[in-house]
Design a protein around this ligand. Structure first.
Ligand code: TMP
Length: 211
């Protein structure tokens, strides 16, 4: 049986890691092999690219360079971890994927969506995302949560409120375009409520899986 590919999306501080851990536990309880991973990163080489792109350096990194680095990391991650896991029947739970590039580099930085689509086509044309959970919450709340977690801010956490508002609007547009794949969850709700909704989505995926 081929595995399933689940992605998590949202602005900073939306609680993706907590939800990813919850999905992992839920799938393990159903005796499913789970591979939990993240982007940018997920393999040793892709994690090195993550470090390059997130660290607040002194040298200018254009929106185009940032986009290409995201896809360079993604190409390594897809080839070396995601595809092999799906091929052996594991379910992959990935914290961010190409929707994040549309939201951050596209809506946030103004990179043309057609260019992002073209790079996505080259890197993972035949890879289907079965389900995306978009953890949505107001930007000030998300940033406050993210900033209380760590005193050191990465290049994205240091961005303006307006930037993060564009990112959130970007996710909103993606969800409106693909309502069957992208499920919006109210990430400002109590954790138990979020987990109940996530559980309903995961149980449905488990019921839908091929025999
Ligand atoms: P994380 O801290 O939630 O793991 O995400 C790392 C940062 O990378 C986050 O601020 C969003 C950003 N990012 C992009 O800008 N584009 C992308 O394609 C991905 C995967 C992440």
């Amino acid at each position: 049986m081929k595995g399933r590919f689940i992605t998590l999306e949202g602005i900073e501080g939306a609680g993706k890691s907590t939800v990813a851990a919850f999905i992992e536990r839920t799938l393990q309880a159903a005796a499913v092999e789970v591979v939990r991973t993240r982007e940018p990163g997920g393999t040793p080489l892709a994690e090195r690219v993550r470090h390059l792109v997130l660290e607040p350096g002194t040298e200018e990194l254009s929106a185009l360079s940032e986009t290409l680095l995201m896809f360079a990391a993604r190409a390594v991650h897809v080839a070396n971890l995601i595809r092999p896991a799906l091929a052996r029947g594991a379910w992959v739970v990935c914290d961010r994927f190409t929707d994040a590039t549309h939201a951050y580099q596209g809506a946030g930085r103004g990179v043309p969506p057609a260019l992002i689509d073209e790079l996505a086509q080259a890197v993972h044309a035949d890879l289907r995302i079965d389900c995306t959970l978009w953890l949505d919450l107001p930007v000030p709340e998300g940033l406050a949560r993210a900033r209380s977690r760590s005193a050191v801010r990465d290049r994205f956490e240091s961005e303006t409120l307006a930037f993060h508002e564009r990112v959130r609007a970007g996710y909103q547009a993606l969800a409106a375009r693909e309502p069957r794949r992208i499920h919006r969850l109210n990430a400002a709700a109590p954790l138990a409520t979020v987990e109940r909704e996530v559980d309903a989505v995961v149980q449905q995926l488990l019921r839908d899986r091929a025999p």
